[in-house]
Design a protein around this ligand. Sequence first.
Ligand SMILES: Nc1ncnc2c1ncn2[C@@H]1O[C@H](COP(=O)(O)OP(=O)(O)OP(=O)(O)O)[C@@H](O)[C@H]1O
Ligand SMILES: [Mg+2]
Length: 279
Amino acid sequence: ERISLHISIKVDERNIDVLIAPLDGLDNQVIGAIIVLQDITEMLHLEKVRSDFVANASHELKTPISAIRGLVETIIDDSSMDKSVLTTFLGRIQNQAIRLDTIVQDLIRLSRFDAQDTIRRDSNVNLSEIIRAVYKAKLEDAADSGVDLMLDIPSDSIVIQGESEALDQMVSNLVDNAIKYCGDDGKVELRLSRRGQMACIEVKDNGIGIPKEDQQRIFERFYRVDRGRSREQGGTGLGLSIVKHVVGSHHGEVTVRSGLDKGTVFEVRIPSTLVAVSE
Ligand SMILES: Nc1ncnc2c1ncn2[C@@H]1O[C@H](COP(=O)(O)OP(=O)(O)OP(=O)(O)O)[C@@H](O)[C@H]1O
Ligand SMILES: [Mg+2]
């Protein structure tokens, strides 16, 4: 009788898929067996990352949705609600809707990365202009949080090949974090410079800092240092994973220097003389 066997085994830390099947000779006689070994460790890991991602994303979306539902129910139930209370509630609903929008935008961007993992790098982008635009856009946020935001860019323009929208989002995310995680008397510096063939973007704050053991993990999707500490600030933990993707797809590198309560510097280096890659 013909039997093939399909089993999975674990060797050290690796998962191996084993398929054993009979090997037929010329006259349908079994003359041996074929054994196929396949290392499926990486595949299982990717499956787990994917299912964790869906679970985390659903959880993050649920929080603002529950808040909106609760607020709307209260408004509906209380027909004689005070005008000022109503205004407060509507403001909160608006904030939660904005939060939902941000999460969905981030998720869309990440899934676009996963789908193609490359970015249009076909156009020249003036990095100096992007940095200046982000600076202007964040001045009000900074002032609202009592943070002194400073800009330092060279007088001549630095141009790279890339996608301006993605680069804009990357710098915005770094500046958002710097403003969000710097304590009282906050100072944030946004700096652009040229180092040889590299364009260098630095975002420096004097805030709460990041413990050494978390410094690699902060670039993972949904990872947040000490949820208690981060929770009061609001956020999803997607910002830096987007930063890493954007920088990587521009052939650059992002590094972090930080210590607890010693402030943080994120440094992004991108080659400024990229040759356009034909697809
Ligand atoms: N400049 C910083 N200073 C201190 N901690 C930081 C700084 N930037 C990031 N972190 C830590 O790294 C974590 C991950 O940052 P990331 O930007 O990915 O997520 P987030 O800011 O929590 O949420 P999101 O950006 O999605 O709204 C943050 O939760 C925070 O704990
Ligand atoms: Mg962030």
